[in-house]
Write a protein that binds this ligand. Sequence first.
Ligand SMILES: *[C@@H]1O[C@H](CO)[C@@H](O)[C@H](O)[C@H]1NC(C)=O
Ligand SMILES: *[C@@H]1O[C@H](CO)[C@@H](O)[C@H](O)[C@H]1NC(C)=O
Ligand SMILES: *[C@@H]1O[C@H](CO)[C@@H](O)[C@H](O)[C@H]1NC(C)=O
Ligand SMILES: *[C@@H]1O[C@H](CO)[C@@H](O)[C@H](O)[C@H]1NC(C)=O
Length: 799
Amino acid sequence: MEIGWMHNPRKRQVLVFFVLLSMYGASAELGPYSVVEETERGSFVANVGKDLGLGLTEMSTRGARIISQWNKEHLQLKVQTGDLLINDKLDREKLCGPSEPCILHFQVLMEKPLEIFQAELRVKDINDHSPVFTEREMFLKIPENSPIGISFPLSNALDLDVGSNNVQNYKISPNSHFRVLTQNRSDGRKYPELVLDKELDREEEPEISLTLTALDGGSPPRYGTAQVRIEVVDINDNAPEFEQSLYKVHIPEDSPVDSLVVTVSASDVDSGVYGKISYAFFQPSEDISKTLEVNPMTGEIRLRKKVDFETVLSYEVDIKATDGGGLSGKCTLLLQVVDVNDNPPEVTVSALTTPIPENSPDIVVAVFSVSDPDSGDNGKTISSIQDDLPFLLKPSVKNFYTLVTQKTLDREERAEYNITITVTDMGTPRLKTEHNITVLVSDVNDNAPAFTQTSYTLSVRENNSPALHIGSVRATDRDAGANAQVTYSLLPPLDAHVPLGSLVSINPDNGHLFALRSLDYEALRAFEFRVGAADRGSPALSSQALVRVLVVDDNDNAPFVLYPLQNASAPCTELVPRAAEAGYLVTKVVAVDGDSGQNAWLSYQLLKATEPGLFGVWAHNGEVRTARLLSERDAAKHRLLVLVKDNGEPPLSASVTLHVLLVDGFSQPYLPAPEAEAADAAPAAPLTVYLVVALASVSSLFVFSVLVFVAVRLCRRGGAASVGRCSVPEGHFPGHLVDVSGTGTLSQSYQYEVCLTGGSESNEFKFLKPILPNLPPQCPGKEIEENRTFYNSFGFNIQ
Ligand SMILES: *[C@@H]1O[C@H](CO)[C@@H](O)[C@H](O)[C@H]1NC(C)=O
Ligand SMILES: *[C@@H]1O[C@H](CO)[C@@H](O)[C@H](O)[C@H]1NC(C)=O
Ligand SMILES: *[C@@H]1O[C@H](CO)[C@@H](O)[C@H](O)[C@H]1NC(C)=O
Ligand SMILES: *[C@@H]1O[C@H](CO)[C@@H](O)[C@H](O)[C@H]1NC(C)=O
C-alpha cells in the first residue's frame, strides 16, 4: 500500500469511500491489534489477510489498503502477504498524551468488491520517561513548634508515561524529622506529602535540606528528584539567659555619679525580635531606682547618684532581660559598697559644766561621745586635748569620754580655758575633727582686797579749802563680781590722840580722801590714820593700809622780829664805843618765821640808815656791824631800818628800827632813853605769837607735843602768875653768839612766854613774849597780863 495516496488523483476516490462508508456503516471489525510504542519500523503487528480469511493473493487482487485519518502513516500493509507492519516508530506519549489506552483507529478498505473493515491499534506504553519535578527546588517555612504529624503537601512530579509507568511513589532522603507520604489525587496522580515525625528546633537546626525522589512504577523504575529546603521558622521558644545568675560587684563609695558598676549580659538563642533583649530592673525598690540605672540595650549598670557606705552597705536587685516575644530571664546583682574614709569623726558633747568653781578637785567638766561612721580603721578614733591644760581626757564606756580637771583650778590665775578636743581616725588619709569648748572658772572669795601700797603718804598744802580731795587709796581684789567689789572705810585710830574723824573722810566706793577742814601746818604738820578695804564676798575679806598725811607748809606767816622789840614803850638803844674797830658787832636782829623750810629762811637787809655806810647788816644772820672805824665826827645817835624777809613765795617781810648810840670809851650801857618813860604808862597789847613758831626749830611733831604738854603742866602749876621781868644770864655778853653744838653751828638762846588758850583739849597756844637773856636792863619787856590764861616760859633754840 502506498502511503502517499492522498496526494495523487485518487483523492477523489477516497471521498467516494467515505460517502460509501457513511452509506454502509461499519461492516466488520478487525483486531484489535496492539503494539508497544517505540517499536522499530517494519516490525510485525498482525496479518490482516489471515484475520480476514483471505488467500494470499486475494489481498492484492481486491486492492486492499489502509485508510486512516492520521496525517502520517504509522502502519503499512503488505498486500502481498497481508502483514500489517510498523511504518514509523510510535510514540505513545506523542500520540495520546496522558490518555490511556492509546488507540489508533484505521480502516482496511477492499475496492473489489468494496468492503471496509474497522480496525484499531492499541499503542502500549513503555517506561520511557522519568518522573520530572517542575520545581527543582521547593522552599518550605515550617514553624519550629509545629505539632508532630502535621503534613505539608509538596509539588508532585510529572511522568509522561502512563499507568504504572507514571509516578508511583515518592521517597525522601533520610532525616530525623520528616517522612514523606505518597497521596492519591482524585485524577489518580500521586503527590508527595511531607509529614513531621519529630519536633523541630530552629535553634538546633534552623534549616533542613531534603532530597525528594519520585519513582515511577517501571521496572526498573525511573525516578526524578527535587530539593526540598525547609526553613525552620523561629518561634519565641527561648527565654533570654544571663551569663551569670549572680553578679557580685564591689564599688568604692566615693565612685562618681555615672560610674559603670557592671555590665550584665544575657543571650537569647531565638532569632529576630525573639532574640532581641532589653534589660530592666525587676521590681526595684525606690532606693534602687534612685541609685542605679540600667541601659536597656547594653545592660550597663551605672550609678545615678553617689553611694554611701555609711547609709547603705549593699544593694541587691534582680535584673530582667526580656526578648521581643516577652520571654524573660533574671539575674541578681549584689552590689557591695566598699568603705572609703570619707567621714571625719564626729564629736557629740552630751554634758558640759561651765562655769566650774575654783578650788575644787576632780570636776567632770564634759561628757562627750565620739563616732565615725566609717568602718574598720577608717572608723577607729583617737581623742586628745592640748597638753598644757590642767584637764584630763578619760575614756568611759563605749565611745564616751569624760573631761575632768587634773588639779584644782585658780580663777585668778586663769579664768577661761579654750579646750580643743581633737579626734582623729586611723583611716587613710586620716581625718580629723576639732571641737572647741570654753570652760569658765567661777569665782570663790579667796582673795582679800589688796591696797596698792601698804602705806600712802599724801602732800596736802595747808590752808586748803574744806572738802578738798587730798588723795586716794586704792585696793584691788583679784576675785570677781561681788567678791571683788571693794568698800573703803576709815578705821578707828589706834592712838586716840589724833582726832581723825574731824580731819578726813573717805568715799567708800572709790577710796577718795577728803579733808574735812582747812589744815594748818603750824598746828599739825602730819598725821596718820588707817583705811580698810573689804570685799562683798561671803564671808567678806578685808585688808588695811596706813595713810600718812603730811601738811605742806604755806608761806602764811610773815617774819616776826623778836629783837629788838618793836612797839615797846622803851625801844632798846644799842651802845657802840667810838673806839670800836671796823666790824664791831653792834647787835643782832633776831626774827622768827612761823612757817618752815624755805618759807622760814630769813634774810636781812639794811633798808635805811641815818648815816649810810657806817653800819652793815649781815644778810643771813641779821648781825649789825660797824663798817669802818668811827670818828669824832660821826653823830652820836643813829637809826637803822632793817628789813627781814622770808624766802616764801610770795615773800613776806617785816621791818625793825634799830637805835644806835655812839659812846666814848668802853663805858657801861647808857640808860634810859627818855621817850621810853612816856610810853611806860600805855598798856601794851599782849604779844601773841602762834605757837607754831616753835615749829621753826622743832623738827618733830612729837617733840612739839611733849613741849606743849610740859608747858601746859607748868602753866597750871604756876596758876595765873605773871612772868617776871627779863633776867640777864651770867657769863655771856648779851647778844653774843655761842657755839652750842661744837660743829660750827652758832646758836642763840631765847626765851618766850607761851600760854595755852582755851581748854586743855584744844592744843592751841599763844606765843606771848620772848624772854631775852641778853636784853639789857634798860630795855625791859612790857609786862603782860591776861585773864583766864596760864603763863609759863620755856626756852628753845632758833637756828
Ligand atoms: C491509591 O490508589 C491505589 C490504587 O489505585 C491504592 O492501592 C492505594 O491504596 C491508594 N492510596 C491511597 C492513599 O488512597
Ligand atoms: C577662747 O576663745 C575665745 C573665742 O575664740 C576667745 O575670745 C578667747 O580669748 C579665748 N580665750 C583664751 C583663754 O584663749
Ligand atoms: C578651735 O580652736 C582653735 C584654737 O583656738 C582654732 O584654731 C580652731 O579653728 C577652732 N576650731 C573650731 C572648729 O572652732
Ligand atoms: C607796832 O604798833 C603799831 C601801832 O600801835 C602797829 O601798827 C604795828 O603793827 C606794831 N608793830 C609790831 C611789830 O607789833
